[in-house]
Design a protein around this ligand. Structure first.
Ligand code: AMP
Length: 472
């Protein structure tokens, strides 16, 4: 998963992009980058680390210009090497390009083979570079970026939300299923397109709307134009954005993420009520879910664990050992809240099971009598091929174990995962508009040997047209 942003602003863009990336930091902590254009040249800076580590005021002063794109990276494809840090930039036919991508293509290797056999070279091991290469290739026989993006979309399979800088103009487009979020807003002197609405809030901008699946947004000093370039057979929002990945204060495709999580918490109580003294979240990911559980049950909400806010999310640790140690550094129990108490502990998800086991150890060591684990996602049974690092089936604790076995493994008194039905209800979205591949092993796109849902979109069926529809 990654975060992307594109901004045009008459007052310069490096600082606004920096603030926007700061707001999107939760989407990727491995590396960060900004590329800007000042009418003549591209200015770029990118490096491994958090946004605050990668940039300082001096660097931002050097990133000149009124248009630019930025990226925070959380690697899903491609190794953690400097070459893979985004945005990527290149010059083609005297035009300057920079590209930032969130998502995961499922046909990267076929595309790479196809383009390498034509003599194209690749400098990175990511799927993003292929998008840039296809667009450049299309521009050998058309000068229209819109046509090139459209032709590119016809070839891509998988999930992609992209911000593409071409000289002083930003083009942003979203895959025909809208799997990853992308929205845009108005700034004082320009426009912003970004992964989540919180980046618009950070700049005190006005949220306009989400980019529609298959839509292309163009922003520059002349304003904004929106074109439906690819026909969409409907949404396949990633359910995991709502459960865990997005910030709780983001509004994604019309839904406030915090409220979705609160409703999940309410369902957790209704589905598996239990007598207990306190409801405690696993911070920060379980907070919104736990407030919902507490509201519905009337049992007091108390923080039983306090998070050290200065270390990253456990899943960015390089290996299992580092991940295990990180949990103790990250969370400290509030003994006075949990000693001799029956505790309902609420978290967003159990992926590998390491975090839950460690946390339950910590809470038990602090004197809890009973620990009832309640989880805001149904059991995660299958990998994600569309942008979330979910690990392999073998690593997913629920892929081969029953709920009772998982409960025993993590050492809880009882365990309950929200049901798929309640989860879908909590989103307020129709079930057919969601990708729940990680919960069911059935995906909205045909991926290798995996099952695809009946509505599965065929990307090469000729459903793409140039400028299907223009929006104001
Ligand atoms: P674990 O079960 O040890 O893999 O850790 C799961 C916890 O890590 C969840 O409660 C989430 O807060 C967080 N998490 C969410 N998504 C992921 C992911 N894709 N990989 C690893 N951890 C994740």
């Amino acid at each position: 998963m990654c975060g992307i942003v594109g901004i045009t602003d008459a007052g310069g863009v490096s600082f606004p992009i920096y603030y926007a990336l700061y707001a999107l930091q939760h989407r990727g902590q491995e590396s960060a980058g900004i590329t800007t254009f000042d009418g003549m040249n591209l200015y770029k800076h990118k490096a491994q680390g958090l946004v605050a580590e990668v940039f300082d005021a001096g660097i931002l002063d050097e990133l000149k210009g009124n248009s630019g794109v930025g990226h925070v990276r959380y690697p899903t494809t491609g190794a953690k090497i400097p070459e893979n840090i985004q945005p990527f930039y290149f010059t083609f036919k005297n035009r300057k390009f920079a590209i930032a991508h969130n998502g995961n293509l499922t046909n990267t290797w076929q595309l790479k083979e196809e383009y390498e056999s034509r003599g194209q070279i690749f400098c990175t091991t990511t799927d993003t570079e292929i998008i840039g290469n296809i667009i450049a290739d299309e521009l050998t026989h058309s000068s229209s970026i819109q046509d090139a993006v459209l032709a590119c979309m016809k070839k891509l399979e998988g999930s992609y939300s992209v911000a593409l800088l071409v000289d002083d103009t930003i083009y942003a487009f979203r895959d025909p299923l809208g799997i990853r979020p992308l929205c845009f807003g108005k700034l004082n002197d320009g426009y912003i397109v970004c992964s989540e609405s919180v980046a618009i809030d950070a700049l005190n901008g006005e949220f306009l709307r989400d980019v529609r699946p298959g839509e292309l947004i163009k922003i520059n000093s002349e304003g904004i134009t929106c074109t439906q370039v690819a026909e969409s057979s409907g949404y396949s929002h990633c359910i995991f954005e709502y459960i865990y990945f997005a910030r709780a204060d983001s509004v994604i495709d019309g839904k406030l993420v915090y409220n979705v999580r609160r409703r999940i918490g309410q369902s957790l109580h209704l589905e598996a009520p239990v007598k207990s003294d306190i409801i405690s979240p696993v911070p920060d990911s379980g907070i919104a879910h736990a407030t919902g559980y507490s509201e519905s049950s009337g049992i007091p909400y108390r923080e039983g664990l306090i998070k050290n806010r200065y270390i990253g999310r456990t899943f960015i640790m390089p290996d299992q050992k580092a991940r295990e140690n990180a949990v103790r550094i990250k969370l400290n129990p509030v003994k006075g809240h949990i000693e001799n108490k029956s505790v309902v502990l609420v978290d967003d998800s159990i992926v590998r099971g390491t975090t839950a086991r460690r946390i339950i150890d910590i809470v038990r060591d602090a004197g809890a009598k009973e620990i009832h684990m309640r989880v805001g996602s149904p059991p995660i049974k299958a990998p994600c091929y569309l942008g979330v690092d979910m690990a392999t089936r073998k690593e997913l604790i629920a892929s081969t174990r029953s709920q009772e076995e998982v409960c025993k493994h993590i050492g809880a008194t009882s365990l309950h995962h929200v049901s798929i039905d309640s989860l879908i209800k909590a989103t307020g979205l129709p079930p057919e508009d969601l990708c729940i591949g990680c919960l069911t092993g059935t995906y909205p796109i045909k991926i290798g040997e995996e099952k695809a849902c009946p509505r599965c979109i065929t990307y090469k069926s000729g459903t793409y047209q140039s400028a299907l529809k223009e929006f104001d």
